[in-house]
Design a protein around this ligand. Sequence first.
Ligand SMILES: NC(=O)c1ccc[n+]([C@@H]2O[C@H](COP(=O)([O-])OP(=O)(O)OC[C@H]3O[C@@H](n4cnc5c(N)ncnc54)[C@H](OP(=O)(O)O)[C@@H]3O)[C@@H](O)[C@H]2O)c1
Length: 332
Amino acid sequence: MKAIQYRTFGGPEVLEYVDLPEPQPRAGEVLIETTAIGINFPDIRERLGLYNRAETRVGGVTLPQVGGLQVVGRVVRTGAETDAHLIGRKVVALMSKGAYAQRAVARVDLLLELEDDADDVAMASVPCQGVTAFLSLQVCTVLRAGESLLVHGAAGGVGSLAVQIAKVLGAGTVIGTASSGARRAFVPGTGADLAISCDSPQWPEAVLAHTGGKGVDMILETIGGDVFDQNFACLGMLGRCVVIGSTRGPGEPLAPRRLMAKAQTLTGVYLPAFFQRPDLVQRGLRFLRDGIERGLIRPNVAATLPLSRTADAHAMLERREAQGVIVLDPRY
Ligand SMILES: NC(=O)c1ccc[n+]([C@@H]2O[C@H](COP(=O)([O-])OP(=O)(O)OC[C@H]3O[C@@H](n4cnc5c(N)ncnc54)[C@H](OP(=O)(O)O)[C@@H]3O)[C@@H](O)[C@H]2O)c1
């Protein structure tokens, strides 16, 4: 089978289009012939070797690595003691690695069956990004109907789905941040009420102005750096800040006493940790599948590229060119 593998950490050029033997499913796993493969920002962090640094404390990557966390495809084989009814079924699956290939192994409890007419590309674009957003809004803390929300990186994969999920959940005002004018122009199309930049330290004032001075009820934080601390200037009374990522680095630690003044909560999400709670991953996958089927959630697929051009797809994400998500076609 064709796959994308890297043998050293580095830039997109370390990604090699190679022939590999197909992986073998073990008990509780299935082998999927892939039809669409979604790309995630964490795939890039893994490729750079950032998750192998001691201070990151989020596991690591063993070389050589076939990366990638999400696919749609058909089950072609099951492992020992695994229910064979899945053979031939179309599924969407989340996995810890191995998605960038024509055949990929997934755990049965981290996949969801799809109808034959389900949109492969749309479904492949949501498992990691969409489930992360869902867990942030419904599990780690709960966004209640009418509450306001600030979504950082709202033109990206997690951000653009988070805005849509929040609106399906009945959110009130949703504000999204994005870096360039073109990316901010994209954000209202996802359902956000306002798009702002967070590049100047004064950006929280725009959030306060738009929420009658109260600040927002929830923040989905993916930026880090100075922005991490600045968030608390526009998080309201009883507000919750969910740390999902830190594209600009972790920023300065927060003094816990800072949370006392407005009875605020700081929490975080790391999706692989939820692989030990597959019931919650399943809840997220079902929510996304149903939302897409009903036309309530529309993933914005910025580009569909051949598997052989995965390096170009990574470079696009790193140049911050993709509005929404990028999907790979494993046939080429
Ligand atoms: N905790 C988890 O389990 C989990 C799971 C998935 C993703 N994540 C994290 O969530 C964040 C978004 O992931 P994604 O898959 O949605 O990625 P994405 O589509 O590439 O979006 C990343 C967004 O971050 C912004 N950004 C800010 N600084 C950036 C930088 N230096 N390089 C690239 N983008 C930068 C970009 O928006 P602007 O250019 O408009 O600012 C972009 O929209 C990342 O931090 C990722 O690591 C965490």
